[in-house]
Design a protein around this ligand. Structure first.
Ligand code: ATP
Ligand code: MG
Length: 562
């Protein structure tokens, strides 16, 4: 099979055709822009925060498209902004991309490694009469940018080339104050696209850079730097979000007016927003700095590290990103769809265990006091090959508080006086009584078991409607369980007039102490996911406690409407 046929095969497998694929297919076809070339993409985060679910979408698009067409994807730190960037973020970004399942091999780059070349390219623009040094302040430039009917005003755009060269060199050598001068492209003061009205290419900023230290006091602007970074790395398709669409003419201007090693193309796709959360590093950083959350990896955060700690699996996130697709229209995806993708994965793959998160003592009064027996319980009904495990059962058990009612409501099939219920995989028990404290709270429930119903069977065929889970009291492990809810009380916290901080959900975290989990969880490894029967999916969290801690990743009930 030749390469082309291979691609067609791949396409058939992947029903999610999209405009970026169409673009690439046209480029690699006979006579196309990239005929005979390898597709090369990049994921270029600015290391000024942790990656979030929106970045996950970009990562999937960049890495998976490259893979689909036998190409490569680079990981590049877009570190052209010295003030806001930190090494911690550089490390976290690599960890998160790798965890998501993507590999950049040895192609890990920093935009700051190209500062020297960017400077030389800028000099070449000045020499061609395509850039000039301007002493307008940012405020003056703003006032003089004109409007749709009035051109911008830039009195210094005809500064002699030699003078601009001299001033630019002095800018680089630190002779001038921050904000006193810029290097601007000489393009078109009348352009209907304001990005083309002689945009700034370089600004002065006497700031320490995490990699180049104090070597530079001028830094390139994103619109100038990004196309150069792409061209140096041989990127064929520079994929980014829609807000850069209006910047594409400038991207192309830079590519076309410099003598660069390659000519990349920019293609824009819609940004991902997810309801009830925010996807802006700047805003997420406020949540961290203001200690509204415990850190970037707080399980309520939409960051990749937060989702990981919450119990999301890499494949559930990749699945989510692939299924929402690629489009040209910004929209908000319902958070319940993200949960749906996780639930699908865990339903298939997570081991089932029994845990009681709001314990109530159940005493089987006719069960021998010293006796403990082992009950076989299946590990995963979706994967019989995973077999069964042994769970201890004895006279005293824990059940959920809401699995008992003194006076049952309609359609309540769980435990209440005189009613029979099945203890999952163990026995049928009949409630014989209960004890309350002075405030009237039920503190113990009594029952008798029917020895002939081992395994939960009813040999005489009698009907027992309810099945509840339980944990043996003697061998139970204590655990802390953290239940999460949306971090924001409004579906679109970023769209509202008020600050997103006005919509913080005060009840987004509920911590339950002294929960009881079956003893088989004693060696549960961090980040491992389980289904707590009837309660939801939970994952082990050892980030901030020596106790056994479980995060509820997602409940069992699917709120996603297809
Ligand atoms: P933020 O506003 O969160 O800082 P950003 O776009 O400034 O986002 P970058 O680090 O510059 O963040 O982003 C790296 C890449 O990820 C870019 O190509 C950007 O377009 C893409 N990206 C960022 N946010 C999203 C999102 N919500 N949906 C899809 N892609 C995104
Ligand atoms: Mg950015």
């Amino acid at each position: 099979m030749d390469k082309r046929a291979d691609l067609i095969e791949l396409d058939k497998d992947n029903e999610n055709n999209n405009f970026i694929k169409d673009f690439i297919k046209a480029d690699i076809s006979k006579g196309g822009r990239c005929e005979g070339e390898k597709i090369h993409t990049r994921f270029p985060p600015e290391p000024n925060g942790y990656l979030h679910i929106g970045h996950a979408k970009a990562i999937c698009i960049d890495f998976e498209l490259a893979k689909l067409y036998n190409g490569q994807c680079n990981l590049r730190m877009d570190d052209t902004n010295p003030c806001k960037e930190e090494v911690e973020y550089v490390d976290a970004i690599q960890e998160d991309v790798r965890w998501l399942g993507f590999d950049w091999e040895d192609r890990f780059y920093f935009a700051s490694d190209y500062f020297e070349q960017m400077y030389d390219y800028a000099v070449s623009l000045i020499k061609k009469g395509l850039a000039y040094v301007c002493t307008m302040t940012a405020e003056e430039m703003k006032q003089n940018r004109g409007d749709l009917t009035t051109p911008a005003v830039s009195p210094e755009r005809d500064r002699p080339i030699a003078e601009s060269l001299d001033l630019f060199e002095k800018m680089k050598n630190g002779k001038y104050e921050d904000g006193s001068m810029t290097l601007r492209a000489k393009i078109d003061l009348t352009s209907g696209n304001f990005n083309m009205r002689d945009p700034v290419l370089y600004r002065i900023n006497h700031a320490h850079h995490h990699r180049t230290k104090d070597k530079w006091c001028i830094y390139p602007m994103y619109d100038y730097a990004h196309p150069i970074e792409d061209a140096i790395e041989g990127i064929t398709h520079s994929l980014c979000t829609l807000e850069f669409e209006d910047h594409r003419p400038l991207y192309d201007w830079v590519i076309n007016n410099l003598d660069l090693p390659s000519k990349p193309r920019q293609i824009e796709f819609a940004r991902l927003s997810v309801s009830n959360t925010i996807t802006s590093k700047r805003k997420l950083k406020i949540l961290v700095d203001e200690k509204i959350v415990s850190g970037w990896d707080d399980p309520r955060m939409p960051t990749i590290s937060g989702l990981r700690r919450r119990g999301y699996t890499p494949s559930s996130i990749r699945n989510f990103c692939n299924r929402i697709g690629v489009s040209k229209v910004n929209s908000t995806v319902d958070y319940s769809f993200l949960e749906h993708c996780l639930r699908e994965d865990l339903n298939l793959n997570a081991d089932r265990v029994m845990a009681v998160i709001r314990p109530l003592k159940l005493i089987i009064t006719n069960y021998p006091e010293e006796k403990t027996e082992l009950i076989s319980v299946e590990n995963n009904p979706n994967k019989p090959e995973l077999g069964e495990r042994q769970v201890p059962f004895s006279r005293e058990l824990y059940i959920e508080q809401d699995d008992f009612m003194i006076s049952p409501i309609k359609k309540y099939f769980r435990l209440y006086p005189e009613n029979e219920v099945r203890l999952k995989s163990a026995y049928i028990v009949k409630c014989t009584g209960y004890k309350t404290d002075s405030a009237g709270n039920v503190i113990e429930v009594y029952a008798e078991y029917d020895e002939k119903t081992k395994g939960g069977n009813t040999p005489d065929g009698r009907k027992v409607k309810g099945t509840i889970h339980w944990v043996d009291a003697k061998t139970a492990l204590n655990a802390q369980v953290r239940l999460y809810d949306n971090l924001f009380t409004t579906p679109e916290p970023e769209k509202s007039e008020q600050s997103f901080l006005d919509y913080i959900n005060p009840k987004s975290l509920e911590v339950l102490q002294n929960c009881k989990v079956e003893c088989n969880l004693k060696d549960a490894k961090p980040l491992k996911s389980y289904q707590f029967m009837r309660l939801g999916y939970f994952c082990v969290d050892n980030a901030d406690s020596n106790e056994l801690v479980f995060n509820r990743s997602v409940s069992l009930k699917d709120g996603f409407k297809k």
